[in-house]
Write a protein that binds this ligand. Structure first.
Ligand SMILES: C[S@@+](CC[C@H](N)C(=O)[O-])C[C@H]1O[C@@H](n2cnc3c(N)ncnc32)[C@H](O)[C@@H]1O
Length: 423
């Protein structure tokens, strides 16, 4: 059992009074990113542990929640992610666009696409790689319409406006495919309800235009007018942060779990369309924990990690778990490099289980930090009332389930926020 388990749950960190409207306010509602944390959580940590103009970093920025909240709270936001969709999304979510420019582009797309709908002629000027994989996921009629939408977006000259509409396009892809609805595993459903891509696309774009307007209103002018100074988002690895040594005040991040390579699977539809996915198994290797390196001699700097790995010894997951803790330790060393003395690293993480062995992520991370020059400031134990992860899921169908079947069980009913201070 985890040493952290007896820590009482602090219900003030559950934010259970927050509605979907609250958690998807401003640009947070642009895209359904798996396992994102709610903006209120990021904002509270930012306000508790940093001041205006401080540098706040998220090495695993995902959909950019920490970066958006940093900007809204007048902090300098820096983020990286190894997923191209996460990078594009974070960039779009932190770019306050001019509403009239967006509306003009929307109207032009609307005219062109409805014109196409009436004469039935698809324009496919944009070369698409991976057409076979696209055919696997999309019915011909929907593919044809999506191709048309995609090629029109690609012709938009203003890069920020183009990226904005690419995110609207990415958001509708799952609904317009035969990907089994609500499944987190790539599974096809040939009886799936067919949505009309053009209607979905314009509904989504319209919603996003409203949210962009809200973002414009809420973003402090000083940040909006100096966005290049306040925001750095990069496609890159958590172990190479775009930040000078000892300059950052705060890290707010929720790292991937051991099976983080599943993010590659989850995002494969937009990755395919945007030409980032030539070889899925190779693509997965850049994710934390999944690099197939031999780590036999590595000192994980955590007795708990060593214990977990010895318990998993005969299980196929033991190498993956070792790689995962090794990669996370390297990330923590990079965090130590960028943080100022007294700066805090707030890591949001839950524990998991493989084959009856508890993977005590929070405890391992805490030990690793303590062994590289940090002290524990606080450990918050919180409930996750609305997290997008299922408490359990069927590993064959990927559908959410109440039963505990299969050897892989994901259960995050509560999680920890470990607050570590650099000494
Ligand atoms: C739990 S998600 C973060 C979600 C984020 N807090 C949000 O609100 O959207 C973890 C992220 O880690 C990213 N990741 C995995 N391996 C990485 C690596 N080596 N470097 C940077 N990011 C990585 C995944 O792509 C994923 O977006």
């Amino acid at each position: 059992m985890s040493k952290l388990t007896p820590i009482p749950i602090d219900y003030s960190w559950a934010f259970s009074d927050k509605t979907i409207k609250d958690t998807s306010y401003i640009t947070h509602g642009y895209y359904t990113y798996p396992a994102k944390f709610i903006p209120q959580l990021a904002s509270k940590l930012i306000n508790d542990y940093s001041e205006k103009n401080d540098i706040v970093i998220d090495p695993f920025m995902g959909s950019g929640t920490t970066i958006v909240e940093s900007l809204v709270n007048s902090r300098v936001g820096i983020g990286t992610d190894i997923n191209e969709i996460a990078y594009l999304l974070s960039k779009v979510k932190t770019t306050a666009l001019n509403t009239s420019e967006l509306t003009a582009a929307f109207d032009a797309l609307y005219d062109e696409l409805f014109l196409f709908a009436s004469n039935g002629d698809a324009h496919t000027e944009i070369p698409i790689q991976n057409m076979q994989r696209i055919d696997y996921w999309f019915l011909p009629s929907q593919k044809k319409t999506l191709l048309n939408i995609f090629s029109k977006i690609c012709l938009i000259e203003n890069a920020d406006v183009k990226d904005f509409f690419l995110i609207a396009f990415a958001q509708i892809l799952k609904s317009c495919s035969i990907w089994l609805q609500k499944s987190v595993k790539p599974t096809r459903d040939h009886n799936k309800k067919k949505y009309e891509p053009i209607l979905l696309f314009f509904q989504q774009a319209k919603r996003m235009i409203k949210k962009n307007e809200e973002f414009n209103k809420i973003l402090p002018n000083e940040v909006k007018n100096n966005i290049e100074r306040y925001r750095t988002v990069e496609y890159g690895d958590s172990r190479k942060l775009p930040c000078k040594s000892e300059t950052a005040k705060l890290i707010v991040s929720s790292p991937p779990y051991v099976t983080s390579y599943e993010y590659a699977d989850l995002h494969q539809l937009p990755l395919l369309w945007f030409g980032h996915l030539n070889d899925l198994s190779n693509y997965r290797k850049k994710y934390i924990g999944s690099a197939y390196r031999n780590r036999d001699d590595i000192d994980l700097k955590s007795a708990t990690a060593d214990d977990i790995i010895s318990k998993l010894n005969k299980h196929k997951k033991s190498e993956e778990v070792k790689n995962y803790f090794a990669d996370m330790l390297e990330t923590f060393m990079e965090i130590r490099r960028v943080l100022k003395k007294g700066g805090k690293a707030c890591i949001v993480i839950g524990n998991t289980e493989f084959n009856g062995v508890q993977i005590l992520n929070a405890e391992v991370f805490q030990e690793q930090f303590e062994n590289i020059g940090f002290r524990t400031d606080k450990v918050i134990h919180r409930e996750i009332p609305s997290k997008m992860l299922p408490s359990t899921r069927n590993i064959l169908t990927g559908q959410f389930t109440k039963k505990h079947d299969g050897d892989l069980k994901l259960a995050y009913p509560t999680e920890y926020i470990i607050v570590m201070e650099k000494l």
